[in-house]
Every structure is written in structure tokens, then in C-alpha cells.
Design a binder for this molecule. Structure first.
Ligand SMILES: Cc1cc2nc3c(=O)[nH]c(=O)nc-3n(C[C@H](O)[C@H](O)[C@H](O)COP(=O)(O)OP(=O)(O)OC[C@H]3O[C@@H](n4cnc5c(N)ncnc54)[C@H](O)[C@@H]3O)c2cc1C
Length: 460
């Protein structure tokens, strides 16, 4: 228990707001999009700058309090919110400055994808971010960052030039290619294990308009569509990113959809590239067309409203052979929930896969596909059957999956699963953890355990 006077003094020291249980605003701030997560921090600090973040780290250290760090709050495992500790909420840190001449942007850690894209697109620029506009730039970038520009420009973290980071001792470091290079290496893939990033600098690229949208097939055609998808994926250029999966449209039709975004400068070339997809079989609908980059980036928004229960199983694919495709086809259209995207497959290729496995902490550079069973439903009474179905769908694919998984999609599956998410870079990350966070102060994440970790208290 921390003396009330110390809590009061800490709260008064912040420039941003803070919330304790029972106070107005507390419930809204502790709530994250995945309704499965219902945790109650003892204090929430809504930071407005690096000084607030430093104050939080020093307070938590002094009083031995568990911390969690919230960027956009989209971690399916709910890693941004803790029970009984201090939640360091960065979501009010929204500063952003584009340098259109150097083609760079400095962005604070609380920005969401849509906010970031809007500012950079004002100059016709963009960098790789994810597909759902409400996701936070921080968590997404620190874990990887798969998105529409990844084949042409790399993952989000491949576009990082540098970060400011508050480390476990409460100091602030700059990490980039020439300062604290080891920390910069680790930040790019270690998903918040090494410190609290307060701002991120990215490289930008000229982007838009694009050819974007999706083609939908009857769910019964999943197997044929997947066989085509695999063949098509082998031929496409870096300008095109595609994903495919079974889901239910808002008007209740079960479909197998292939989403596409072509970001090249010649849209007539894009039309040619996309022709085989648009000519394949007899689609129910084809909504591919010329659109702004902001439009393609908001395409998935209606499918992921906050407040649904969500559970995800995901791994990279070792072999997308005919048997794997058959296994996926057998589960298409069978989910107990109309909000589920499963089975779902992302095609990883191009620039993101040409970076060396050890060049950044993000190790999974040589897989062509990432498999997901992404289940969402309305309320707790449906949890058991949906979680069970998700596991069965993943089990059916298990023989074809790699052990490695994308850390940003991992639900809480225990230490071994988290370890596999860091793949062959795990030991080097442990060495960095020993150096920058030897007591495992930052452990509300898919955790990299320091070799010398001493357990710390968990409540305020
Ligand atoms: C609907 C939906 C769609 C998604 N689509 C994509 C996609 O297209 N591409 C993709 O790559 N991923 C996608 N993701 C996964 C997404 O990248 C992760 O959930 C990511 O963690 C979200 O970041 P966040 O800041 O919103 O999350 P948070 O829950 O706030 O944070 C996630 C983790 O990062 C840590 N963290 C956050 N900010 C910081 C910081 N500034 N410093 C240190 N640690 C920090 C947190 O403590 C936590 O451990 C999606 C997720 C959802 C729910």
C-alpha cells in the first residue's frame, strides 16, 4: 500500500489528467476495444508529454508498482491495462510534424493510424501502417507493422529513423542508427519490452491515389479461390499487397474475400496486375477501384468496432500446400459468430521480406503467409463456443504452421508462445533486457524475461 499523500503528490506532479477507481472518466480510460479484457488499474496517468512518462516510471519504481503502457489499446491480449497497478496512458500524446522536404515525420506515441495518415497525406506522403484506422501507431510499430505498403516500403518498423524512449531507470534516451544503436535494434520488434517510446520518427514515401478494394466469392468456393490466391500471390509485384479470408458481410452473406491495395505510381499498370484476380471465376462482387490512400486505409474500419469479445490464434505458415488449403476450406463459413474473420491469410512479401532476420529484432522475414483465426462475438455467454471453435480451426492448420508467430496478433498463450514470437532474436533481446530492464519493470507485454529478473510487487 502506498501512502495516500504520495499518490496525491504524484498526481499533482503530472501535467496530464489522472484517474483512480470511482472517479469520473476512470472506466472510459481503462476500457480497451477487446471486451474480454476487464482490468482495474489502481491509478491511470494520462500523460501529455515525456516529463509525465518519466514521472510515472520514477513513481512506480519508488513504490514497486506494476505498470502497463497504453498506446492505442488494440493489443488483443489487453497488455495495455493492468489490474491494481499504474496504467501509463499515452493516448493524449498526439503531436505530429511532417517534414515534406526531407520526407520524414516525427509523431508522438498516442496517435492512431487514421490520425497519422491524415497528417502525412496532406503532403501526399505515407509510410507503412496497419489496416484498421483505430489501431495505435506505437504498439503496431514496436511489434512489426503489416500493412498496405509493406511490400513496397517494408514493415512500419523498417521505416523508423529513431525514437525517444523512457527506460526503466526513468531516464530518456534517443535511439537511432548512430545513438544507442543496440537499443534501436531491439526497439524494432520487441513490442514495448525495453522502455516507453514517447515519440517516433519515420521515413515517408509518395503514396496515392491507389487501386484498392476487394473481390468476394461465395464461401463454398473457398478452396478454388485459395488455390488461385496462392498462384496469384507468387506473381505479384511489390506494389500490391493482398489478404484473403472467410467472413460474413454486414447483410449476412458468407463470403471468401480477397482484399487488395496497389500503391504503384501507374494505376493502368495496376489494372493489368489485378486483372487475373478480377477475372477469376464468378465473383459475387468486385469493389476494386481507384481511391485515395485514406479511403483504402479506412476500408476495414466498420468490421472492427470496439466492445466486441475477441480471441485470436495466429502463426506464420510453414507450407501453404494443397492439404493446408483443404484444411482452411473446411472451416470457412463455419464460425459460430458473424463477426469472425477465419480462416484468414495475409501474404507477406517484397521489401518486408528482404530485410535480414537479424537486422532488426523482428525476425520473421522469410515467411510468405501469416495465418489467423480472428474471432469476435457479442457477449460473454458466447465466449466458450467461439474460443473453442477458434482453437479447432487453428488445430486443423497446425500441421502446416511454423512455430513463429507475429507478436502483434498473439492472444495470451503463455511464455513459450511469446518466446516463439521473437524467434531467433530472443537471446539477443534477453541480453538487451538485462542491460536496459534487468528487473523486468516492463512486463505487461509479450514478455522477454531478463536472465536476472527478480519478481516485483503487482499492486499499488
Ligand atoms: C482490429 C485490429 C486490427 C489490426 N490490424 C493490424 C494490421 O493491419 N497490421 C498489424 O501489423 N497489426 C494489426 N493489429 C495488431 C496491432 O498491431 C497490435 O494490436 C498492436 O499492439 C496495437 O498497438 P496499440 O498501440 O493500439 O496497442 P496497445 O494495446 O496500446 O499496446 C500494445 C503493446 O505495446 C505496448 N506499447 C504500446 N505503446 C507503447 C509505447 N509507446 N512504448 C512502449 N510500449 C508500448 C503496450 O504496453 C502493449 O504491450 C490489429 C489489431 C486489431 C485489434
Amino acid at each position: 500500500m502506498i501512502p495516500e499523500s504520495a499518490v496525491q503528490k504524484f498526481r499533482e506532479s503530472l501535467r496530464g489528467q489522472s484517474f483512480c477507481p470511482g472517479e469520473q472518466g476512470y472506466d472510459a480510460v481503462r476500457t480497451v476495444p477487446n471486451a474480454m479484457i476487464d482490468r482495474r488499474p489502481a491509478i491511470i496517468a494520462r500523460c501529455v508529454g515525456a516529463a509525465d512518462v518519466i514521472a510515472c516510471v520514477r513513481f512506480a519504481r519508488e513504490h514497486d508498482v506494476l505498470v502497463s503502457v497504453r498506446g492505442g489499446g488494440h493489443s488483443v491480449a489487453g497488455k495495455s491495462v493492468c489490474d491494481g497497478g499504474l496504467m501509463i496512458d499515452l493516448s493524449a500524446m498526439k503531436g505530429i510534424r511532417v517534414d515534406p522536404v526531407r520526407r520524414t515525420v516525427r509523431a508522438e506515441a498516442g496517435l492512431k493510424l487514421a490520425e497519422f495518415d491524415r497528417e502525412t497525406q496532406a503532403f501526399g506522403l505515407a509510410t507503412t501502417l496497419g489496416l484498421v484506422p483505430n489501431t495505435g501507431i506505437s504498439g503496431l510499430t514496436l511489434g512489426g507493422g503489416f500493412g498496405n505498403l509493406m511490400a513496397k516500403h517494408g514493415l512500419a518498423l523498417d521505416n523508423l529513423i529513431g525514437v525517444d524512449v523512457v527506460t526503466a531507470d526513468g531516464g530518456l534516451l534517443t535511439a537511432n542508427a548512430s545513438e544507442n544503436e543496440d537499443l534501436f535494434w531491439g526497439i524494432r520488434g520487441s513490442s514495448g519490452n525495453l522502455g516507453i517510446v514517447t515519440s517516433l520518427e519515420y521515413r515517408l514515401h509518395e503514396v496515392g491515389p491507389v487501386l484498392g478494394g476487394a473481390v468476394f466469392f461465395p464461401v463454398a468456393k473457398t478452396k478454388d479461390a485459395l488455390l488461385f490466391f496462392r498462384e496469384f500471390a507468387e506473381t505479384i509485384p511489390d506494389e500490391l499487397v493482398i489478404q484473403a479470408g472467410a467472413f460474413t458481410t454486414p447483410d449476412g452473406v458468407q463470403v471468401f474475400g480477397v482484399a487488395a491495395c496497389y500503391c504503384g505510381s501507374s494505376l493502368s499498370e495496376g489494372e493489368k496486375v489485378l486483372t487475373p484476380l478480377r477475372k477469376f471465376d464468378s465473383p459475387i462482387a468486385d469493389i476494386i477501384g481507384v481511391m485515395s490512400y485514406l479511403q483504402v486505409q479506412s476500408m476495414f474500419e466498420p468490421f472492427f468496432p470496439p466492445g466486441r469479445y475477441t480471441y485470436v490464434k495466429s502463426n506464420f505458415v510453414r507450407a501453404l500446400n494443397d492439404e493446408a488449403i483443404q484444411a482452411m476450406a473446411e472451416y470457412a463459413g463455419k464460425s459460430p459468430s458473424p463477426y469472425t474473420f477465419a480462416p484468414f491469410i495475409e501474404h507477406w512479401h517484397g521489401a518486408a521480406t528482404r530485410v535480414g532476420v537479424t537486422d532488426t529484432a523482428f525476425a520473421h522475414r522469410h515467411y510468405s503467409y501469416n495465418f489467423m483465426a480472428w474471432s469476435s462475438w457479442d457477449g460473454p455467454s458466447d465466449s466458450e463456443k467461439n474460443i473453442q471453435w477458434t482453437r479447432e480451426c487453428w488445430e486443423a492448420m497446425h500441421p502446416f504452421l511454423a512455430t513463429g508467430s507475429y507478436v502483434n496478433y498473439v492472444s495470451d498463450e503463455g511464455d513459450a508462445f511469446a518466446r516463439a514470437a521473437y524467434g531467433p532474436n530472443y537471446d539477443r533481446l534477453v541480453a538487451l533486457k538485462d542491460r536496459y530492464d534487468p528487473t523486468n519493470f516492463f512486463r505487461m507485454n509479450h514478455n522477454i524475461k531478463p536472465s536476472l529478473a527478480a519478481p516485483a510487487a503487482t499492486s499499488a
